[in-house]
Design a protein around this ligand. Structure first.
Ligand SMILES: *Cc1c(COP(=O)(O)O)cnc(C)c1O
Length: 346
């Protein structure tokens, strides 16, 4: 079913055939890929596995996403870029995003001259699914990006709403679940892929798994989507070092505890914010950050920076005048932030 949404040149693309992917069988002398025979570090002289099989097997084992339904990107960012390349024609097609949301969707679309249709969230920062359905019917954006929990609002959208958009079968629905691990009772769109082939899910090891430096993003979708992704992506997009780091992050026993800590501190910090007289509104969050509205975001931002603390001013986003987004850090970092915030305006 996704066939009809693909760019025609991608449908017909003959993938680059790398030395490593052409070889199958048993051998112990590799003179096929113009590599060095040695390196200062074991295996570094060899090109990495284009299919990142070890990592995908570990993902299947630990996270439950089926091997054949998973593709790996150099961060989710690369996957977002590639999805637009696969489905949207430059100068012709569009993508749809909610606003406010993560900024890279629209930047990657613009680098390919793909138009961006912004749909403002409702007053309570929920998806405006009625407007989105209308736009899908009328303008048929090739891709709709839905970020849940949303960055920077922290809000999770109902799976029923996401399914309604997919059920129209007019384009691809990309559900970016980068912050899913921090949400309690989260219902992943992964469960809908079997029913709606036009849904794909993004996950990352950059947040809860503590491996932002490794650049490991996951695309989860039907086998058909994964096959097209595999032939469109650069053959060696995941480095050997990244794959190793990703395996380590997936096996890291501290992840569970860290997620619990984030949830606990997010609650504590939200109550702390409620107690401050210059804080006007604290947005409920299911992610590892809290967004709040303050009397004067610019001044609070500058004040905290003066104390050596960097937060994110989100005031330039529609509906988010005078808002600051704070990542949940270690206990010590949060104590230091709270201490400085108590002193603000005094
Ligand atoms: C941080 C973040 C990501 C992760 O991107 P990576 O390239 O995997 O580091 C993806 N989506 C959203 C909404 C994010 O905030």
């Amino acid at each position: 079913m996704i066939e009809k949404f693909l760019n025609p040149w991608i449908r017909e693309l003959v993938p680059y055939s790398s030395a490593r992917s052409e070889f199958s069988g048993v051998a112990d002398v590799f003179l096929d890929a113009n590599e060095s025979w040695e390196s200062y570090r074991p295996n570094l002289n060899r090109y990495p596995d284009p299919k990142a099989r070890a990592l995908r097997l570990e993902i299947e084992k630990r996270l439950g996403f089926s091997f054949s339904m998973t593709g790996i990107g150099n961060g989710s960012d690369e996957i977002i870029d590639l999805l637009i390349r696969m489905f949207a024609s430059p100068h012709e097609d569009s993508i749809m995003i909610e606003r406010p949301t993560y900024g890279t969707y629209s930047v990657f679309a613009r680098t390919q001259d793909v138009a961006v249709i912004d749909v403002p969230l409702t007053k309570d920062l929920d998806l405006d699914v009625i407007s989105m359905e209308k736009i899908i019917e009328e303008k048929e954006p090739k891709l709709t990006f839905i970020c849940s929990p949303n960055n920077p609002t922290g809000r999770v959208y109902s799976i029923e709403k996401i399914e309604r958009l997919a059920a129209l079968e007019k384009g691809i629905i990309v559900v970016d679940e980068a912050y899913a691990d921090f949400s309690e009772n989260f219902c992943s769109a992964y469960s809908l892929i079997g029913k709606h082939e036009n849904i794909v899910v993004l996950r990352t090891l950059s947040k809860a798994y503590g491996a932002a430096g490794a650049r490991i993003g996951m695309l989860i979708g039907s086998e058909e989507v994964i096959k097209v992704f595999e032939k469109t992506k650069p053959p060696y997009n995941v480095s050997l070092l990244s794959e190793e780091a990703g395996l380590g992050a997936l096996r890291d026993e501290h992840v569970k505890k860290r997620i619990e800590d984030v949830r606990k501190r997010r609650k504590e910090f939200s109550s702390f914010l409620e107690s401050l007289d210059y804080v006007r509104e604290v947005f409920p969050s299911e992610a590892n950050f809290v967004l709040f509205r303050t009397s004067d975001a610019k001044s609070l931002y500058a004040y905290l920076l003066g104390k050596g603390i960097v937060v994110r001013d989100r005031s330039s986003e529609p509906m988010l005048e005078n808002t600051i987004r704070v990542t949940i850090g270690s206990q010590e970092e949060m104590e230091r932030l709270k201490k400085e915030m108590r002193g603000y305006g005094k």
